[in-house]
Design a protein around this ligand. Structure first.
Ligand code: KG4
Ligand code: ZN
Length: 309
């Protein structure tokens, strides 16, 4: 029997429903509530949770329509059960459980971050193990050793801000709307990447932390007139991405991995993609459609889990 796996995403501000049929993603619908947070500079959990409650049904209907599938054809329901904003996770879980009960099909809870890692293989080459899995998003910056789809070891994670969060905070100080990551990336000019030195000396910290870079950039913005936004954006992106690449290189030296897989919202970043491709290892980069939070990646990872069980 062909699996028809519905994937439900409600961990943050994107309500996502994906459908996998015959091992392929056949639809991936997202209704985002990010517009509601433009004036806040970040996600307001209570508003995000209420938005999921409003958006789940229309997203579900649109996803089935696009996939040309009737709800009775669904064989499995996958949903992200952690990590994420508690209220948002709860709304997704109730929707998933209700569907699973009504349609009498199994429920597959999946880890949001593991789905991001495996999103890199949707419509692309197969994974090779062991792999280094990199999750870079607004909420997480984590590095994993992926020995198999069910043997995933956390090697490293930031002590404080995630990379996406720093992009959003710097962007806010620059007067950009949320989420600022894509806007800063668009402004990036590699020729201007060294035009501002935010740190007085080479960044030699051992802790995996971006609060130092964040504070240095915010201090610069507070002290200087904003006449050179492109220089600030370019120098900031250069600094933070290369700091992350340094960390990745350290783990490549310590573990003989065959592949690097990247996932999460910041995986859309053009300079990060470029720098990873320079590391002399095969790199799996997710298609743009699967970089932000989405339901399809949960359908895809659930399908991989069913294959190994
Ligand atoms: O994975 P995601 O959709 O949601 C979380 O689980 O956090 O990631 C959203 C984050 C935001 O912080 C956004 O600014 C960042 O991803 N982002 C980017 C880019 N596109 C999205 N950051 C840097 N460069 C980009 N091109
Ligand atoms: Zn995410």
């Amino acid at each position: 029997m062909n699996r028809v796996i519905l994937g439900i995403e409600t961990t943050c501000d994107d309500t996502g429903i994906g459908v996998l049929y015959k091992n392929k993603i056949v639809s991936n619908k997202i209704i985002s509530s990010f517009e509601k947070f433009k004036n806040y500079g970040g996600v307001v959990p209570e508003i995000a949770a209420r938005s999921h409650e409003e958006n789940l049904l229309p997203t579900f209907v649109a996803a089935l329509k696009k996939a040309n599938i009737n709800e009775k054809d669904i064989t499995h329901i996958a949903y992200a059960n952690q990590p994420g904003l508690p209220g948002c996770l709860h709304v997704g879980k109730v929707f998933a459980k209700t569907l699973s009960f009504t349609l009498n099909v199994p429920l597959i809870p999946v880890n949001h971050l593991y789905s991001h890692i495996f999103s890199a293989s949707i419509n692309q080459n197969e994974f090779q193990y062991p792999a280094l899995g990199l999750v870079v998003s607004g909420g997480h910056t984590s590095i994993y050793l992926v020995n198999s789809p069910i043997d995933i070891i956390l090697l490293d994670e930031t002590l404080d801000d995630a990379i996406g969060e720093v992009y959003d905070k710097v962007g806010r100080a620059l007067g950009l709307s949320y989420p600022a990551g894509p806007l800063i990336d668009k402004m990036f000019d590699e020729n201007l990447a060294n035009s501002i030195k935010f740190l007085s000396s080479e960044n030699t910290h051992v802790a995996f932390s971006y609060s130092g870079i964040k504070t240095a950039v915010l201090n610069y913005i507070n002290k200087n007139k904003l006449t050179n936004i492109i220089n600030i954006a370019s120098s900031f992106q250069f600094l933070i991405i290369n700091d992350f690449i340094k960390r990745v290189k350290k783990h490549i030296q310590n573990h003989s991995v065959k592949l690097i897989a990247l996932g999460g919202g910041v995986s859309a970043n053009s300079y990060l993609r470029k720098q990873l491709n320079n590391l002399n290892l095969p790199v799996l980069l997710p298609q743009m459609e699967f970089t932000n939070d989405n339901g399809a990646m949960h359908s895809h990872y659930a399908n991989i889990l069913l294959d190994v069980q």
